[in-house]
Design a binder for this molecule. Sequence first.
Ligand SMILES: Cc1cc2nc3c(=O)[nH]c(=O)nc-3n(C[C@H](O)[C@H](O)[C@H](O)COP(=O)(O)OP(=O)(O)OC[C@H]3O[C@@H](n4cnc5c(N)ncnc54)[C@H](O)[C@@H]3O)c2cc1C
Length: 418
Amino acid sequence: MYQGRGSPGEVAVIGAGMVGLSTAWFLQEAGVQVTVYERQQVGAGASWGNAGWLTPALTAPLPEPAVLRYGLRAVLSPRSPVYLPLRADRNLLRFLASFVSHSTARRWKRGMAAYVPLNERALEAFDVLAAGGVTAPTTKAATFLACFARERDARGLLAELEQIGAAGQHVDYHRVSGRRARVMEPALTGQVGAAVEIRGQRYLHPPEYVRSLAAAVRARGGRIVEDAEVTDLRPGPDEVSVVRRSGEQARHDAVVVATGAVLGALTARLGVRQPVQAGRGYSFSVPAARMPAGPLYFPRQRVACTPLSGRLRVAGMMEFRRPGDALDPRRIAAVVEAVRPFLAGVDLDDRRDEWVGSRPCTADGLPLVGPTAAPRVFVAGGHGMWGIALGPVTGQLLAQTVLKGEAPPELAPFDPLR
Ligand SMILES: Cc1cc2nc3c(=O)[nH]c(=O)nc-3n(C[C@H](O)[C@H](O)[C@H](O)COP(=O)(O)OP(=O)(O)OC[C@H]3O[C@@H](n4cnc5c(N)ncnc54)[C@H](O)[C@@H]3O)c2cc1C
């Protein structure tokens, strides 16, 4: 790929989210000089307001047969945790049609098999970052409870966990009665009639973590240029020109595009045909009289709660709209009402940090990680619901790809040119 000219010594990364910063860090680990271009500020995208879960036991492709049943309910109910605008544009309709065609048990299994090797190394990659100077911690979840109103509501999650286990992913879980769940987490109300405890998971504080990762990249001599929107990439035989909205241009030995939900804007012309669609999610933080000891998951409501810095971050909703659209307060209200019956001593009306951000979703539920059709231009993104958990391992594997000019076998299913 480098036509005998050796591996790149200086690489640009576009996008300072979890994926771009992780890639920059692992490139530095191999002695590469990096420049990160970010159109806003570090962590301005989805990597800011997410739930921060590092949960390999749940990290699976999004398109699955149950999502289809869900989708139908979504269109019919305005209070549903999934929202599709009734007047979808052509791109969204194309994306949804492809998403539906991938929502079969067979495709899910194939996708899950592709995730397993990444999931297995996901937490280890965080340990490498920690050993290398990223100071923000990852926290082992003392408890991790998925909560349900009724015993039978847990069946879907139990079946999913079983299938994730059958695909070769290590998952350690067991059922817990509603009463036991309330003893473990006094912030749960009597409306929680059953729960599933999942062991061995972790979580992090997303804003602190991305800041810390950015600080580590800078401390190792990397440049992070903020307010620098990249509008064009011009690949040449020996280098790639990065063109900014300001008109400034710079040449780099190679470029990694890690621009989250807008990945296609720079990569569609470079042979990446898989569209990336924004699956927008919302979050906010609230005070809790008895802070949960670990994350709480409400699978039926599709809401994730994470204890962060003395407040509970509540995150949820999957809204297929343009990434730049304004925050819709009705979606926040839907998340609030979905969890209100289940939480005690949590003041859901004293909300701070209301936020909307875009999960970078692909129609087949697999990320896009590897070379593009243009020499020296690579892609890292499209992780949908799991770009925080998989960001570091993605960076680790993509750094190898950039250096050798060839993707390791684990990345084959994520070929951006598929
Ligand atoms: C509500 C919610 C909860 C979630 N919970 C979890 C969770 O618990 N665990 C998990 O693993 N994942 C979770 N996710 C998903 C996760 O947040 C994303 O998958 C992940 O943040 C994607 O990271 P990224 O670096 O690819 O993209 P982003 O974080 O979006 O970063 C892309 C960056 O590129 C910049 N950019 C874009 N275009 C340009 C350009 N032209 N020039 C320069 N810069 C540009 C953007 O400003 C942005 O900073 C959640 C998401 C949401 C919305």
